[in-house]
Ligand binder design. Structure first.
Ligand code: HEM
Length: 311
């Protein structure tokens, strides 16, 4: 066990756990990034609810949201680290894992501060439906991200997260990676979005995504894909200039991505000059964390029954 607040020790263990040859493209990095983003992306500025503080995905109400399908694997992969550093809260661990993964995959340094606390029951879990739906367009993206307090430039920068990882038919119904090297953070997503000829394709899952049919591809090569929401970035007159800028200038994208991801994982958190969170419900003060749940990944369900604790 590490010393309380030895975040450096946790960072090292997360980085060491990323390589996983038999999982997806060989890295847990992308699913950790998505976990950090979905734990934060429930924030609602107006009611000041949701956000990363609380780790509500441990409860059925949030963890069982179909929008979070697949993230149970990310949470389960982090359990051995929680076990080794039981003092860290899930909410800190999940956001830190995203930040460490981005850096380890070649991305920018992202400022991160600890001190989030875990909810002790599911009474403050935000309602479902706050995360984006990939089948939609620009209006939907604005509806979702303006609610969190982001502007058009920040929406485009954040969606650059799709330089990493892939879609899974059994999780979202979409399939395939966005870029040819989905475990290396870069601005390829924006370049490919602009350069390739994307054609709609209806999948066996019933979802329609955009694919690039490479005429020179090997027979078993997986086509690259874009979500309808990704395509909206290049057709919308206010999003498109940012896609073009980020495609041309990797350093600009890295700089903006770092700032906007740091903002994302701090949504709903107020700190004093020392960095201590001042708007936590936890009257015990910071750094109490929920107990470990289980090492088993439990998938989302649509059942509304009794709130079940989950990873
Ligand atoms: C703009 C609205 C967004 C929509 C509609 C969206 C939708 C999706 C969908 C449908 C998947 C596939 C899930 C699966 O089947 O496993 C996915 C994966 C992913 N998303 Fe997004 N996303 C959005 C924004 C973001 C943002 C802001 C980030 C991070 C900054 C992000 C990072 C990722 C990553 C890393 C994956 C790959 C996960 C994996 O490989 O397991 N996405 N997203």
């Amino acid at each position: 066990m590490s010393k309380i607040m030895d975040y450096e020790a946790v960072r090292k263990d997360i980085a060491a756990a990323l390589k996983k040859p038999d999982y997806d493209d060989g890295s847990l990095g992308p699913v950790f990034v998505r976990l950090a983003w979905h734990s934060s992306g429930t924030y609602d500025l107006e009611s000041d609810t949701g956000g990363s503080n609380g780790a509500g995905m441990r409860y059925e109400a949030e963890g069982g949201d179909p929008a979070n399908a697949g993230l149970q694997h990310g949470r389960a992969f982090l359990e051995p680290i929680k076990e080794k550093h039981p003092w860290i809260t899930y909410s800190d661990l999940w956001t830190l894992a995203g930040v460490v993964a981005i850096k380890a995959m070649g991305g920018p340094d992202i400022p991160w501060q600890g001190g989030r606390t875990d909810m002790v029951d599911d009474s403050k879990v935000p309602p479902r439906g706050r995360l984006p739906d990939g089948t939609q367009g620009a209006d939907h993206l604005r509806f979702i991200f303006y609610r969190m307090g982001f502007n058009d430039q920040e929406i485009v920068a954040l969606t650059g997260g799709h330089n990493l990882g892939r879609c899974h038919g059994d999780r979202s119904g979409f399939e395939g990676p966005w870029v040819t090297n989905p475990t290396r953070f870069s601005n390829s997503f924006f370049k490919l979005l602009l350069e390739l000829d994307w054609k709609p394709r209806k999948l066996a899952t019933g979802m329609t995504q955009f694919v690039y049919e490479d005429p020179d591809a090997e027979e078993d090569e997986e086509p690259l894909m874009m979500l309808p929401t990704d395509m909206a970035l290049k057709t919308d007159p206010s999003f498109a200039p940012w896609v073009e800028k980020y495609a041309k200038d990797k350093d600009l994208f890295f700089d903006h991505f770092s700032k906007v991801f740091a903002k994302l994982i701090e949504l709903g958190i107020q700190r004093d000059a020392q960095g201590t969170i001042t708007n936590t419900d936890n009257k015990m003060g910071g750094y109490t964390s929920a107990p470990k749940k289980s090492n088993v990944a439990t998938g989302p369900s649509k059942s509304k029954g009794e709130p079940r604790a989950r990873l």
